[in-house]
Design a binder for this molecule. Structure first.
Ligand code: GAR
Length: 203
């Protein structure tokens, strides 16, 4: 069976949505392991509740990246669980060649903006502050540059005049919870084709 490994730093709502899609039979994959760099991440609690193997791999040396040793530990565990696809779900670390080389073309991410607009942290805040009328979210393959790999799916939401950071992020996340499970489903079914930077979906 197609196997995914999930990595998160925060509250884990995308992981919850993915697991819910699996439970409902919408997504025919196995979530074999959940990893986090943050001992307080709700993702670990969700994994515990769901009986999914989980590990916290804290990084003491760096705040936004990983030491080679730590990154090797992620790779070791993902390989131990025979992961076909690595899914970053709010994993707030920049990865380098250890993970990229070992899972080349097999790492995906969700980002809360219509990339290439607003890469980096708190993208919904960047969007609101910039004054855009539409925001959204993007799933993409992970490559060396941050939030810059080939785009798989995007979903658009309007920005309302009375939006706050929280209301806009909530609206974006509702779409994330749809397009991320769908992205994984399409990849697992072999329907996502990559040609250079362009991704096409076979129906
Ligand atoms: C999501 O909005 C995700 O798009 C974002 O972190 C949030 C995690 O939410 N990721 C990034 O900003 C990556 N650059 P969650 O913990 O509730 O799934």
């Amino acid at each position: 069976m197609f196997t995914i490994g999930l990595i998160a730093s925060g509250k884990g709502s995308n992981i919850r949505a993915i697991l819910e899609n699996i439970r409902q039979g919408e997504l025919d994959v196995k979530a074999s392991v959940i990893l986090s760099d943050n001992p307080h991440s709700k993702a670990l609690k969700i994994a515990e509740e769901e009986g999914i193997k989980h590990y916290c791999i804290p990084e003491e040396k760096y705040k936004t990246t990983l030491s080679v040793k730590t990154e090797r530990e992620y790779v070791r565990i993902l390989k131990e669980y025979n992961v076909d696809l690595v899914c970053f779900a709010g994993f707030m670390r920049i990865i380098k060649k250890e993970m990229l080389n070992n899972f080349f073309g097999r790492i995906v991410n969700i980002h809360p903006s219509l990339l290439p607009a607003f890469p980096g942290v708190d993208a919904w805040k960047q969007a609101l502050n910039y004054g855009v009328k539409f925001a959204g979210c993007t799933t993409h393959f992970v490559e060396t540059d941050i939030d810059a790999g080939p785009i798989i799916l995007q979903a658009v939401v309007p920005v309302l005049e009375d939006d706050t950071y929280d209301t806009l992020h909530k609206r974006i996340q509702e779409k994330e919870h749809i397009i991320y499970p769908l992205t994984i489903k399409l990849i697992a079914e072999g329907k996502v084709n990559l040609s250079g930077r362009r991704v096409s979906i076979t129906c």
